[in-house]
Design a protein around this ligand. Sequence first.
Ligand code: ADP
Length: 595
Amino acid sequence: MKKLSSILLAFLFLVGCSNSPKVEEAKTTTMEEPSQTSEVYSVNVVVVGAGGAGMAAALSAKENGTEVVVIEQMDYVGGNTSRAEGGMNAAGTVFQKEKGIEDTAEAMIEDTIKGGKELNDKELVTFLAENSSPTVDWLTSIGMDLSDIGQGAGATNARMHRSSDGAKVGSVLIPVLTENLEKNDITVLKGTKATKIITDEDGKVAGIEAVSNDKTITINSNAVVLATGGFGANEELFVKYREDLAGFTTTNHPGATGSGIILAQEVGADTVDMDKIQTNPTVEVTTQTVISETVRGKGAIFVNQSGERFTSEMQTRDVLSAEILKQNEKYAYLIFDQRVMDSMKALQTNYEKGIITKGQTLEELASALEIDEKTFKASMEKWNSFVANQKDEDFGRDKGMDEDLSKAPFYAIKVSPAVHYTMGGVKINTNTEVINTEGKVIPGLFAAGEVTGGVHGGNRLGGNAVADIMVYGRQAGIKVSEYVKTLTSIETVLPTKEKTEAPSEKGSLKDGTYEGVGKGNEEGLKVSVTVENGNITDIAILESKETPSIFDGAKDVIVSEIIKTQSTEVDIVTGATNSSNGLIEAVNNAIEGAK
Ligand code: ADP
């Protein structure tokens, strides 16, 4: 979106100038860059990062009467949240009650602290658990389906909430949040990266500096909410804290660079648990697709290349990562049957993606995996007998063994551990206020989500990331609103979509936001197309499994061309034929609904 952003910013600047005297143009001169244009805007609250935490914070701030802008460094929203698989942990929810599952906040606190090796900030955990059920209600009220419940590893009770069709939770949550931001008229400035938190002479937060292409943007504000996510895609940073992870791959999106942590540190923020980094044990080896632990919860087992089980599959993620890395080949096969396959849409999608090996019989699967047939069959038979007796005599597994693996065909996914989640980050209290190295609140600086540390301690339980970003994102919106209401309100002067993006002539499409899916190199290239005044004004990538290095450049060109020409009959980008076609197909599918 680089190209598009620069066009938009130039345009918004011109329009903004004529409409608002507050928008200023200034020339700054630095040693490195002789001359740079800057733009100045203002709003009560700036939220940095448009992942789950940032979008929840923005929405909740707006609900609480506070004007807010979201800035996002990438040209699409969603961050790592888009990739969240399993679900959202919550205790004592209406959905659990409906299903007769007895669960309490106390049990969730206990599990979280046990899973976190007792390193968690107990107050943060207590707030998380106690507010998990109300947050599920809140999400339900804005259109999120969390009515299905799964069993997560390390959880005493089934409390991992997700959509009834078993889709990846992130792929449902981000569109719901995006839609609500639209509905609430919250501006998201994409392709805009925060580079500095501005503070006044008393150390109070006074805004943000950002860059968008070659422009510097200053947004004066009363408060800033950092929701910039973790640093799992920044090898230099994670190796700084954990040398043993040098060379690890990552499951994270490319924007997970930890820049928010650095920005916060520059204004004195303290950090906690920076060396606590979770590697996910079940990452498909060729595409880095995370395979949810729900698959194991539903009965899947691990075998190694020799066809032998080697651990209880329901142990915490760190233990399982270590167990897999102890195997000669440093990978494992996750084995399941048609029953498990039928119960999970995410698995069916992965099968279509070509990352699951199938065998009509156990022999056929063993042969496809080049595993010794006899050993493999013996492992499967033994496992099924453990299930029948409800006793895992080899490794003491006691969960996710309600049903055996006997319904042909059989399946395998080759998995190994990769850096998945950074537990550490900026220190906050339960008001989401950022704490400095002297233990004091930094006035006007709030943070929520993976950028913060303390909630998960030494290890995060599956399902607790979405709980964290939603509970604390929402809390950040509430608390930042309370804070700014004690100060003189700042007039909102922002580039609005109407001013910036809508072409002057009325087009023929129906206004609204439409989603469409296309197939590039991979299935599931999902876009959200915004139509305003009859014209396409925005195309956001909601989901993509395309190779970023190929797709990102092509996407910028194609999105810009479609918006410019108001047509999907645009040239494909050389070197990215499939991705280009997939994107065009997704936009075409989306605007079908707008005709
Ligand atoms: P969380 O799960 O905590 O919401 P995500 O990874 O989902 O975190 O989202 C964080 C978002 O913040 C990502 O979309 C990322 O690109 C964005 N981000 C990170 N650093 C910056 C920055 N300096 N300026 C703007 N956006 C940022």
